[in-house]
Design a binder for this molecule. Structure first.
Ligand code: SF4
Ligand code: SF4
Length: 358
């Protein structure tokens, strides 16, 4: 592209999405009569106008190289009327208005190495955070965890055999864009940060770092004649919040940064109120490149849910019905005193915070 053809960067947020929408979807926006699920990986939307749109969904690895992206766009140009849509969970959706185009599109996607699925009662793609690629504080590689797990859950993505949809999330640190889903795999630090005192004075704004700690465990200190910080390790809850504004407070650790698994979170309030997820497994080795220990637990939870839940029960509804003791039995996880830290039990720790009092 010649320099004079390049558009000015847009600095005011994302552009109007309607211009990129399939024309039939634009025409019928807000005027859909019903939708169906003709087969796993395909949705059919029927509008009041009589128009129909088939959506074919394929999983991607989310962090896409330019060649893969071009390949996917090329498939869209050749077989799917030139429009694509990325979902929140890194699935790619193609829209077609002619049913005869659906099967050739599926065949081409599968021949090119992409898996069609992720609709209705499937395990959809695991949503994950940025990780090493463009964040500065990850304790694990979320996309690697996703890849290893989805390799083992491929049949659950490709088919729709779960009692209801399953949304799994991962996050690569303990505090920021971490997941909330039916099942969440999150980093868990287990040791306080180690401070490199030689760097603190040059790199960190100490008042901001002190203010950042949710339990007031950080204090200014002079170390070897230089201004630095100290951590009250009895108070520290190993959250890692001090590490982003002060990289010399290193908390990531190959041995002591673990994974934890939480279940039962639900944002939606369509049929019941939203629910918080609860911790069910902690101290799982953060074990690249395949994370076998975490994957084994996820598979056990999915197996028990698939066998035990009634039709259309989400994971939180299934656990609510059978009770937490039975859930722990069925997924073969130990239930310990550390699992019972609900909102009421958290009162003491929250009251020692600089920000929250109740
Ligand atoms: S989860 Fe944490 S480490 Fe991962 S991208 Fe988000 S802020 Fe960065
Ligand atoms: S911010 Fe978190 S990790 Fe850092 S000292 Fe406070 S509690 Fe510990």
């Amino acid at each position: 592209m010649a320099m004079q053809d390049m558009r000015e960067p847009i600095e005011t947020g994302c552009p109007d999405p309607f211009q990129y929408m399939h024309p039939t979807m634009r025409k019928n926006f807000g005027m859909w009569k019903y939708h169906e699920h003709p087969r796993p990986g395909v949705l059919l939307h029927v509008a009041y106008s009589g128009d129909k749109v088939w959506t074919v969904k394929a999983g991607t690895q989310r962090i896409l190289d330019v060649y893969t992206l071009r390949k996917l766009c090329d498939i869209g140009d050749r077989l799917a009327e030139g429009y694509v849509h990325f979902t929140l969970r890194s699935n790619l959706e193609y829209m077609v208005t002619d049913e005869a185009k659906v099967q050739p599109l599926i065949d081409t996607l599968e021949e090119s190495g992409f898996i069609v699925g992720g609709t209705q009662n499937s395990v959809s793609m695991i949503s994950h955070t940025q990780g090493w690629l463009h964040c500065d504080i990850p304790g694990t590689d979320a996309s690697g965890v996703v890849k290893s797990m989805m390799d083992e859950l491929i049949d659950e993505f490709r088919n729709a055999n779960m009692p209801n949809r399953v949304h799994i999330t991962t996050s690569c640190c303990q505090i920021n864009c971490g997941g909330q889903g039916d099942i969440a795999i999150n980093v868990q630090h287990t040791k306080p940060p180690k401070i490199n005192h030689d760097l603190v004075a040059n790199v960190c704004e100490r008042p901001s770092v002190v203010a950042r700690c949710p339990v007031a465990a950080i204090r200014p200190a002079m170390v070897n004649g230089k201004p630095s910080l100290e951590v009250d390790e009895k108070k520290c809850i190993c959250c890692g919040a001090c590490y982003p504004p002060c990289p010399p407070m290193q908390i990531n650790d190959a041995e002591h940064s673990k994974l934890a698994i939480w279940v039962g979170g639900n944002h939606s309030n369509a049929r019941g109120k939203p629910t918080f997820q609860k911790l069910v497994a902690a101290g799982i080795p953060n074990n690249p490149p395949r994370w076998p220990e975490a994957t084994a637990i996820i598979k056990r939870i999915l197996k028990a849910y698939k066998e035990g839940a009634r039709d259309w029960e989400r994971i939180n509804e299934w656990i609510e019905r059978i009770g937490w003791p039975r859930f722990f039995d069925e997924v073969e996880l130990p239930f310990t005193k550390y699992h019972i830290d609900n909102w009421r039990g958290a009162r003491k720790s929250l009251n020692s915070s600089t920000h929250i009092r109740f």
